[in-house]
Ligand binder design. Sequence first.
Ligand code: TYD
Length: 209
Amino acid sequence: MVKRGKFIVIEGLDGSGKGTQISLLADHIKKTGSQAYFTAEPTASSVGGMIRDALGGFVRRDAYELSALFLADRIFHNANPKNGIKRYLSDGIDVVCDRYYYSSFAYQGIDADLDWVMKMNLECKDIVKPDLCIFLDVDIDLCESRIRENRFDREIYENVESQRRIRKRFFEVFDRLMGRENIKIVDAGRTIPEVSADIIKIYNELKES
Ligand code: TYD
C-alpha cells in the first residue's frame, strides 16, 4: 500500500516572504530526491477568479460571501479528481500549499463571524486537515515596506491597519487550535537563509516522524 503523502501549509501576512521561502523549500525537496506538489490558494479555478476580483477591489463582496467563495474554492482544491490535494496525498505525494483555511480564519474571520468561518471549514469532510502549518511571522512595518517595494496595486487587505488586525487574529486562531493542529511559528524577520534553515528543519522533522 502507498504511504499517504504529507500535507504542509505555509501561512503568513502579505509581505512575509512566503514566496521566497516556498521556492527555497522546493529546492531543498528536489535536492533530497523527494517529490512534492506545490499549490496555492486562491486557486486558478473560476471561483478563484471571482475571489481575485474581490481582492483587487474590482467587485465588492460581503465578508460572508467572500468566506463562502474561499470555502468553495478550497473544496474544489481538495476534491477535484484531476489535480486535487486528496489525490496527490493518496498517491503518496507530499503537498505544499501557499495559504489555506488559517487565512480564511484570520482574514475573513474579522468581518464575518469567526466561529462560523471555522466551523464551515473544519467540519467539511472534503477539506483535508494539514499535517503541518508553518506561520511566517514578521513585524507589520517590515511587511508594509516589502509591500511598498514590490506591489504596484494594493489588494483590499494590504494596508497597515488590516494587517495588524489579521496578525492578531492569526494568533487567536492558533491558540484556539492548540492541541488539535500542528502549527509552528517561525520568526521570519531574520535573514532569508536563517528563516529557510528553520523551515527545512521543521520539514525534515515531519518527514522523519
Ligand atoms: P495573493 O496575492 O494571491 O498571494 P499572497 O499570499 O502572496 O499575498 O493573495 C492572496 C490574498 O488572499 C491574501 O491577501 C490573503 C487572502 N486570502 C484570504 O483572505 N482568505 C483565504 O482563505 C485565503 C486562502 C487567502
